[in-house]
Design a binder for this molecule. Structure first.
Ligand SMILES: Nc1ncnc2c1ncn2[C@@H]1O[C@H](COP(=O)(O)OP(=O)(O)OP(=O)(O)O)[C@@H](O)[C@H]1O
Length: 250
């Protein structure tokens, strides 16, 4: 479990996070949603140590990440998988080398062990046998799946995804969402996803955190989100024509 406790973060005079507290549980896909500039990415960056909070704590299974030194943090980082926007694959490396990269960096496994792991995760994301392709030879959805394979190669306990289906068509987006949810449940990963995508919210939103102006404005599940009377959340949720149309049909 990841516990975020009363996180405040400012950039100069701009107070972006104003006392966020939340728990993220293993085996559950947690979605951080909210309008542009509400602080979603900043919260995620504070959780993984890419930003330092002004105050507050982040605990990984009880371990206080915020007060750790660099060396101690490396140990936690090995347990974290990250899927960045745009997949962030290395263009000059094959699929296999991209996925092997964290294993080369962080483990002493033999070549054979690493290859076995690469092949296992490739199969898991439905890309068995694509080892020798280069990123330029892959579709956007395939690139995301390679990104997921790389993120889970180290058997992470925690998985962070920033807009995992940006740039994908609706069908590929659903495939990526379902894959993330399956992996989360199968390996009991604590998964945190930053998204704008209401399809993702309605598909895999087991636990949703809605940020508004740097505060946790609402928390709940996809089953609760359409029946809330929270004004700002409603404005966010029903901002698409699709949702509007579906609601009229109800
Ligand atoms: N490194 C930084 N330096 C200064 N200001 C920053 C920095 N990172 C974020 N901000 C500011 O923090 C605020 C929140 O940004 P953040 O990226 O967290 O929002 P977001 O909810 O993820 O938005 P979006 O959906 O548009 O990605 C914005 O006003 C942004 O300008």
């Amino acid at each position: 479990m990841i516990e975020v406790k009363d996180i405040y973060k400012s950039f100069g005079d701009n107070e972006v996070l104003k006392g966020i507290t939340a728990d993220f549980k293993p085996g559950v896909t947690s979605l951080i949603i909210g309008g542009s500039g509400s602080g979603k990415t900043t919260l995620m960056k504070n959780m993984v140590g890419l930003h330092e909070p002004n105050s507050g704590k982040v605990l990984y299974d009880g371990r206080d990440f915020t007060s750790m030194d660099m060396q101690e943090r490396i140990e936690i980082r090995k347990e974290i998988g990250m899927l960045f926007q745009g997949s962030a694959l290395f263009d000059s490396m094959t699929v296999e080398r991209n996925i092997r990269f964290p294993l080369d960096m962080f483990t002493n496994q033999s070549k054979a062990e690493k290859l076995e792991r690469v092949n296992f995760v490739l199969e898991r994301v439905n890309l068995a046998g694509k080892n020798d392709l280069y990123p330029s030879e892959l579709s956007g959805g395939m690139m995301k799946r390679v990104g997921i394979a790389r993120a889970i190669a180290m058997r992470p306990k925690y998985l962070f995804c920033d807009e995992p289906n940006s740039g994908l068509d609706p069908k590929s987006s659903i495939m990526i969402d379902e894959l993330l949810q399956e992996i989360t449940q199968e390996y009991d990963i604590t998964t945190v996803i930053v998204t704008h995508d209401m399809n993702s919210v309605m598909g895999i939103g087991e636990h949703i955190l809605f940020l508004h102006q740097g505060q946790k404005w609402w928390e709940g599940s996809k089953d609760e989100i359409t029946s809330t009377d929270n004004k700002e959340l409603n404005e966010f949720v029903f901002a698409t024509k699709l949702m509007e149309t579906l609601l009229k049909k109800k």
